[in-house]
Design a protein around this ligand. Structure first.
Ligand code: G3H
Ligand code: 13P
Ligand code: ZN
Length: 333
């Protein structure tokens, strides 16, 4: 048994309370490799932003849970080395799909876990989430639950269409499970293809596709039922069109990749939404930079020569999200 406090990590409790009061949101960035982690920590340390490092089931399979945990422990020391005296770093399990997986993460030094029972019948979701909360809280580990279904493919959980969160269920769910935060479905979805072109309108100035707005009325209704309760938004990548264009310019084939407009995320961050999940944007930033090096310097074969620019591009993206979208900069001095 390893307690996250011994690793210098923190849970989400205080972080979320401050974010709701302050009208900003904490970035939750997924990581699968060293370059992503370096870029996240450099961006968080430079901006003094609290940050959530997310590990998905796919990341556990790809990089190994043990290695990722030691990397997160190393990240705390790295942050201090970069001059961030009191780093506020959470190590979080993203989309946990069983009690056993959540327990293993709690036992292994994670400071926060998500139990995603959103695809289960309501009563089963309540029972599973409650079971995880009862275990995690013994060790002061915070728990994120989910109500409502997001469209898109995750590693273990997938759905073709979304179902908005039913605001009538949230009080019962939060009270009976004791979860610390709640992921809701208001029209975001996972991946780089969040909307079809048919669902969008065309911006006459830029010619770019503008997706339909998120269901803020659902968020408002949830906040009315659970005032001050921490809300989480998954599937919140904006799919920067510059990155998509770079990828396609250098041999990629991403067609009509459309994300959540940043104005909508800025608006959400000012509400009880205190955790915003971003993964796909980082994948795009990494891929764009690597493709550019491969196309412009085909003789290059030192991985540092393409992973280095990829890291820089991801860092730029993370800093932009922190400063210009979520507003979490300077909140962890
Ligand atoms: O929610 C999904 C995250 O983007 C993680 O994706 O399961 O491919 O690692 P992944
Ligand atoms: P994106 O695919 O929009 O980056 O969402 C990531 C996410 O929700 C991770 O849980
Ligand atoms: Zn997610």
């Amino acid at each position: 048994m390893v307690n996250y406090k011994d690793l210098g990590l923190v849970n989400t409790k205080e972080m979320f309370a401050k974010a709701i009061k302050g009208g900003y949101a904490i970035p939750a960035f997924n990581f699968n490799n060293m370059e992503q982690l370096q870029a996240i920590i450099q961006a968080a340390a430079e901006t003094k932003s609290p940050v959530i490092l997310q590990v998905s089931s796919g990341a556990r399979k790809y990089a190994n849970q043990t290695l990722l945990r030691y990397m997160a422990e190393g990240a705390v020391e790295y942050a201090k080395e970069l001059g961030w005296e009191h780093p506020q770093i959470v190590l979080h399990l993203d989309h946990g799909n069983s009690f056993e997986l959540c327990k293993s993460c709690v036992d292994f030094g994670f400071s926060s876990v998500m139990i995603d029972g959103s695809h289960l019948p309501y009563e089963e979701n309540v029972a599973l989430t409650k079971q995880v909360v009862e275990y995690a809280h013994k060790y002061d580990v915070t728990v994120e639950g989910e109500l409502g279904v997001l469209a898109g493919v995750e590693d273990e959980v997938s759905s073709d269409h979304h179902t908005y969160t039913n605001p009538e269920e949230v009080i019962d769910f939060a009270t009976r499970t004791g979860c610390d935060s709640l992921a809701i479905s208001i029209g975001t979805s996972h991946g780089a293809y969040k909307f079809t072109p048919e669902q969008c309108t065309v911006d006459p100035k830029t010619g770019r596709l503008v997706p339909p707005p998120l269901a803020f009325e659902v968020l408002d209704a949830v906040m009315e039922k659970l005032p001050g309760f921490p809300i989480v938004l998954h599937g919140s990548s904006s799919v920067p069109q510059e990155e998509v264009e770079t990828i396609n310019k250098y041999g990629g084939a991403l067609k009509a990749a459309i994300g959540i407009p940043e104005e909508e995320l800025r608006k959400a961050a000012k509400s009880a939404v205190c955790k915003i999940n971003i993964d796909s944007d980082s994948r795009l930033a990494m891929t764009a930079a690597i493709r550019k090096v491969f196309a412009e310097s085909p003789a290059e074969f030192d991985p540092r020569k393409y992973l280095g620019p990829a890291r820089e591009n991801m860092k730029k993206l993370y800093m932009h999200k922190i400063i210009n979208v979520l507003g979490s900069d300077g909140k962890a001095e």
